[in-house]
Design a protein around this ligand. Sequence first.
Ligand code: 5GP
Ligand code: ZN
Length: 119
Amino acid sequence: MASQFRTDESCLFCRIIAGEIPSDRVHEGERMIAFRDIAPKAPLHVLIVPRDHLPNAAATAAEDPALIGELIGCADTIARENGHEAYNLLFNTGEAAGQTIFHTHLHLLAGGKLTDLPV
Ligand code: 5GP
Ligand code: ZN
Protein backbone atom coordinates (compact mmCIF):
# COMPACT_ATOMS: atom_id res chain seq x y z
CA MET A 1 0.00 0.00 0.00
CA ALA A 2 1.29 3.47 -0.84
CA SER A 3 2.27 5.65 2.10
CA GLN A 4 -0.43 8.02 3.32
CA PHE A 5 2.30 10.60 3.91
CA ARG A 6 3.92 12.96 1.45
CA THR A 7 7.60 12.36 0.85
CA ASP A 8 10.39 14.06 -1.07
CA GLU A 9 13.14 11.79 -2.31
CA SER A 10 15.72 14.56 -2.03
CA CYS A 11 14.86 15.17 1.65
CA LEU A 12 17.28 13.76 4.24
CA PHE A 13 14.59 13.36 6.92
CA CYS A 14 12.25 11.55 4.51
CA ARG A 15 15.11 9.15 3.86
CA ILE A 16 15.71 8.69 7.59
CA ILE A 17 11.98 8.06 8.12
CA ALA A 18 12.04 5.48 5.30
CA GLY A 19 15.02 3.78 6.96
CA GLU A 20 17.31 4.42 4.00
CA ILE A 21 19.65 6.38 6.26
CA PRO A 22 20.30 5.04 9.76
CA SER A 23 19.40 7.05 12.86
CA ASP A 24 19.40 6.53 16.61
CA ARG A 25 15.63 6.38 17.11
CA VAL A 26 14.09 7.03 20.49
CA HIS A 27 10.44 6.99 19.36
CA GLU A 28 8.45 5.58 16.47
CA GLY A 29 4.79 6.52 16.24
CA GLU A 30 2.08 6.46 13.64
CA ARG A 31 2.50 10.12 12.72
CA MET A 32 6.00 10.97 13.90
CA ILE A 33 9.38 9.58 14.76
CA ALA A 34 12.14 10.94 17.00
CA PHE A 35 15.88 10.37 16.77
CA ARG A 36 19.04 11.79 18.27
CA ASP A 37 20.63 14.74 16.52
CA ILE A 38 23.89 13.74 14.83
CA ALA A 39 25.62 16.86 16.20
CA PRO A 40 24.13 17.28 19.69
CA LYS A 41 24.10 20.80 21.18
CA ALA A 42 23.01 19.55 24.63
CA PRO A 43 23.40 16.28 26.60
CA LEU A 44 19.97 15.29 25.29
CA HIS A 45 19.29 16.58 21.77
CA VAL A 46 16.47 14.84 19.93
CA LEU A 47 14.59 15.79 16.77
CA ILE A 48 10.87 15.04 16.69
CA VAL A 49 9.83 14.70 13.06
CA PRO A 50 6.38 14.23 11.49
CA ARG A 51 6.28 11.47 8.88
CA ASP A 52 4.48 13.85 6.50
CA HIS A 53 6.87 16.00 4.48
CA LEU A 54 6.19 19.73 4.83
CA PRO A 55 8.93 22.38 4.83
CA ASN A 56 8.50 23.92 8.28
CA ALA A 57 6.42 24.11 11.46
CA ALA A 58 4.19 26.91 10.19
CA ALA A 59 3.23 24.87 7.12
CA THR A 60 2.44 21.89 9.34
CA ALA A 61 0.45 24.07 11.76
CA ALA A 62 -1.55 25.59 8.91
CA GLU A 63 -2.66 22.16 7.73
CA ASP A 64 -2.83 20.28 11.01
CA PRO A 65 -2.45 22.31 14.21
CA ALA A 66 -3.07 19.24 16.38
CA LEU A 67 0.07 17.63 14.98
CA ILE A 68 2.17 20.46 16.45
CA GLY A 69 0.60 19.67 19.82
CA GLU A 70 1.48 16.01 19.36
CA LEU A 71 5.09 16.88 18.59
CA ILE A 72 5.29 18.84 21.84
CA GLY A 73 3.69 16.01 23.82
CA CYS A 74 6.14 13.55 22.29
CA ALA A 75 9.07 15.80 23.22
CA ASP A 76 7.83 16.08 26.82
CA THR A 77 7.56 12.29 27.11
CA ILE A 78 11.07 11.76 25.73
CA ALA A 79 12.51 14.41 28.06
CA ARG A 80 10.89 12.78 31.11
CA GLU A 81 11.92 9.28 30.03
CA ASN A 82 15.47 10.59 30.02
CA GLY A 83 15.17 12.17 33.47
CA HIS A 84 14.63 15.78 32.40
CA GLU A 85 11.74 17.91 33.63
CA ALA A 86 13.33 21.05 32.19
CA TYR A 87 14.08 21.46 28.53
CA ASN A 88 14.01 23.78 25.54
CA LEU A 89 12.01 23.29 22.33
CA LEU A 90 12.90 25.00 19.07
CA PHE A 91 11.61 25.17 15.50
CA ASN A 92 14.13 26.82 13.19
CA THR A 93 12.24 28.35 10.29
CA GLY A 94 14.08 29.75 7.29
CA GLU A 95 17.68 29.53 6.20
CA ALA A 96 18.60 32.86 7.83
CA ALA A 97 17.38 31.44 11.17
CA GLY A 98 19.58 28.37 10.84
CA GLN A 99 17.17 25.91 9.25
CA THR A 100 19.13 23.43 7.15
CA ILE A 101 16.61 20.60 6.68
CA PHE A 102 13.36 21.71 5.09
CA HIS A 103 11.20 19.01 6.64
CA THR A 104 9.38 20.07 9.82
CA HIS A 105 11.25 19.08 12.98
CA LEU A 106 11.14 20.07 16.62
CA HIS A 107 14.45 20.27 18.50
CA LEU A 108 14.32 18.97 22.08
CA LEU A 109 17.34 20.12 24.11
CA ALA A 110 17.85 19.16 27.74
CA GLY A 111 20.53 18.80 30.35
CA GLY A 112 22.56 21.84 29.42
CA LYS A 113 22.55 25.49 30.38
CA LEU A 114 21.23 27.55 27.51
CA THR A 115 22.89 30.93 27.49
CA ASP A 116 22.52 31.56 23.77
CA LEU A 117 20.50 30.12 20.90
CA PRO A 118 22.12 26.69 20.56
CA VAL A 119 21.01 25.48 17.13
P1 5GP B 1 17.86 22.64 11.50
O1 5GP B 1 19.18 23.36 11.47
O2 5GP B 1 17.31 22.41 10.11
O3 5GP B 1 16.87 23.22 12.46
O4 5GP B 1 18.19 21.22 12.13
C1 5GP B 1 18.69 20.15 11.42
C2 5GP B 1 19.38 19.27 12.41
O5 5GP B 1 19.57 18.01 11.81
C3 5GP B 1 20.77 19.77 12.84
O6 5GP B 1 20.79 19.99 14.25
C4 5GP B 1 21.71 18.66 12.40
O7 5GP B 1 22.75 18.40 13.33
C5 5GP B 1 20.78 17.47 12.25
N1 5GP B 1 21.20 16.51 11.25
C6 5GP B 1 21.67 16.79 10.00
N2 5GP B 1 21.93 15.66 9.32
C7 5GP B 1 21.60 14.63 10.17
C8 5GP B 1 21.65 13.21 10.03
O8 5GP B 1 22.04 12.64 9.00
N3 5GP B 1 21.25 12.48 11.10
C9 5GP B 1 20.81 13.07 12.26
N4 5GP B 1 20.43 12.26 13.25
N5 5GP B 1 20.74 14.40 12.41
C10 5GP B 1 21.14 15.18 11.38
ZN1 ZN C 1 11.02 15.21 4.04
